[in-house]
Structures are given as C-alpha cells and as structure tokens.
Design a protein around this ligand. Structure first.
Ligand SMILES: C[S@@+](CC[C@H](N)C(=O)[O-])C[C@H]1O[C@@H](n2cnc3c(N)ncnc32)[C@H](O)[C@@H]1O
Length: 206
C-alpha cells in the first residue's frame, strides 16, 4: 500500500476485528469521535451495514474503486477482499489517527491511502492517475458539509465514475437523495436497522 503525507509514527493501536483487542479498538474509536466530530458515528459500521454497502457497491472484480472516509477500515477490508487482483483502491481519510491506524493495518499493494479531504477528489484522483472508476463508496457525513460543497463533491464523483458506475453513500438521513437525483441517472435506497445508529444505504448510478 502507498501512503501519502505520512504523519509521525503512532503510539496507539486500532484493532477492531482482532478478538481481545476489540474493546480497546472500540474505546479508541470513541476517543477519536470525541476529538473529531467529522467522524460522525460513535462506532464503526456493523457487519450488517458493511454487508449491505458491499452488496450495493458490487466491487467483485472491480478494477478501480474509491472510498471516502474509510475510518477504521471495516468497509475497506471487504472491498479489497472482492476487487480484482489487478485492481486499485484509492482511500481518502481526513482524520490523522484513522490515517495512521489504516497505514499500519493495510499492506495491500492495490491500495493507495491519502490523508486528505474527499472534497479534493478530482485533484487527488488525477494525481493518482485514476479515472473511469467502477464504484465510489462514501462514509463521510455529507450533512456536515456546506451545501455548495455537497453539490461540488457529488458532481466531481459523478465525473469520475464510468458509465454505469455506482456511488454508494451510507448516512443516517435521506437529505442526500434530491442531490443524488440531480447528478445521477437512477437512485436506490435501503435501510439497515442493525447498526448504531441505523443507516440508509443510497446507491446512485451514473
Ligand atoms: C461515519 S465514519 C465511517 C467510517 C467507516 N467507513 C465505517 O464504515 O465504519 C466517517 C469517516 O469519514 C471521515 N471523513 C469525514 N469527513 C471527511 C472528508 N471530508 N474527507 C475524508 N474523510 C472524511 C471521518 O474521519 C471518518 O473516518
């Protein structure tokens, strides 16, 4: 995996799926949430929500995937498990602690991790030579972005997708739906209650 803008070496661990370290991982997640409200969720996505996101995004065999806001990497791991062996995953995480934890956790040559703001995705993707993307998966809280930024990010996302490509956003409200209808051809909405808090999974097709 390639990392960009590497911060200093970390002194913490973040292992959410590793049995005995799970409680520590959850505690860390809560602490990170306390420091940075842009994380927006007090726990990582549940396996039910992750399953729903992955079924919507269909990364099986995909060659180019982008993830906004990987956080602890619970969705990231499932994308990597399914995408093509020759594929490329560009993950953009703004929070420094998550960035460091992800850098330590993932060592997959297909993955590029950038510590950056997803709102700059056009610039980041161009720097990474990525276009005509199969799927973009987003966990970032669009509700926290100013309205013009929401429009701009969706417009940039649609421009990066190949025809028929999918944008999957998971959020606690449906506020994004009218915007998705503006920038995408078709939108599908599901609700996953087995998550704290329950989330909508919105899939928009280019
Ligand atoms: C609700 S958490 C989702 C984390 C993880 N994907 C999951 O499913 O558990 C939102 C994540 O988006 C990140 N984030 C928020 N705003 C962002 C932005 N503008 N650019 C990149 N990452 C952002 C947060 O730091 C956090 O890791």
């Amino acid at each position: 995996m390639t990392h960009r803008r590497s911060p200093p070496p970390p002194s913490w661990d973040f292992s959410l799926e590793d049995g005995s370290e799970k409680a520590h991982g959850l505690f860390s997640y809560l602490r990170y949430f306390w420091d940075d409200k842009a994380i927006a969720s007090i726990t990582p996505s549940s396996r039910y929500l992750v399953g729903r996101i992955i079924r919507a995004a269909q990364p099986e065999g995909a060659r180019r995937v982008i993830e906004y806001g990987p956080g602890a990497g619970v969705v990231t791991r499932q994308i990597l498990r399914r995408m093509s062996k020759e594929g490329r995953l560009l993950a953009v995480e703004m929070n420094q602690k998550f960035f460091v934890a992800l850098s330590r956790r993932f060592h997959d040559p297909r993955m590029v991790l950038r510590r950056d703001d997803a709102r700059l995705i056009d610039q980041i993707a161009s720097e990474e030579g990525l276009s005509s993307v199969d799927a973009v998966i987003s966990g970032i809280p669009f509700a926290f972005l100013p309205a013009p930024s929401r429009h701009e990010l969706l417009k940039k996302t649609a421009a990066l997708l190949k025809p028929g490509g999918r944008f999957v956003a998971y959020q606690i409200t449906l506020h994004l739906v009218p915007l998705l209808k503006k920038y995408f051809r078709k939108t599908n909405i599901e609700w996953e209650v087995r998550n704290i808090p329950p989330h909508f999974v919105m899939t928009a097709y280019k």
